[in-house]
Design a protein around this ligand. Sequence first.
Ligand SMILES: N[C@@H](CCC(=O)N[C@@H](CS)C(=O)NCC(=O)O)C(=O)O
Length: 210
Amino acid sequence: MIDLYTWSTPNGRKVSIMLEECGLAYAAHPVDISKDEQFKPDFLKIAPNNRIPAIIDRDNGLSLFESGAILLYLAEKTGKFLSKEPKAHWHTVQWLMWQMGGAGPMIGQVHFFVKNNPGKAPFAEERFMKETRRLYGVLDRRLAESAYVAGDYSIADMSIWPWVSRFDWHKIDLNEFPNVKRWYVAIAARPAVQRGYHVPVKQPAIPMPV
Ligand SMILES: N[C@@H](CCC(=O)N[C@@H](CS)C(=O)NCC(=O)O)C(=O)O
């Protein structure tokens, strides 16, 4: 049994989707970041960086924060969604790190500057929007040659997809990135993704491109 501390955000959904994909038993504990619950002392004991998601594995008492580390842990624990074949393994880790170090932080800044604070910092809006479009181009070219980012569907796809699901927030028209669109729609159709998306709070439907 896994305790998952999470909220309805891209980083949280990576983990709820992985737990659903693996069929692991878990209990979701909402940490409402709009009410600053990520700063509560009990949460800080398992997530000292005051960010969701975090987990505790009741099987062994291990507690973990950082979504990329959690995905790697769950993949290792279950033997799923991270190939043991060296080339596929490292390509999966590579694309996971691309998401953790690039796509997530850059798209997050677009949400902060362009969506939530428009007009306050035009240079930042331009910089992060340009970088986000560049990253979508990189992803689109990769998905032109492969169904999923690292061969088979993997934790790398699970890390990227929840960020792309906010395409509307970061003003990206998926029709400009047809391979990303095809990949996004295919993953959105997965039953585990449809369940994991609504953890911990039921949302309106998964956004779909027109
Ligand atoms: N690198 C971290 C980022 C986690 C993160 O930024 N989580 C956001 C929600 S998506 C959060 O908890 N924000 C709370 C805050 O900004 O105080 C991870 O991937 O787990």
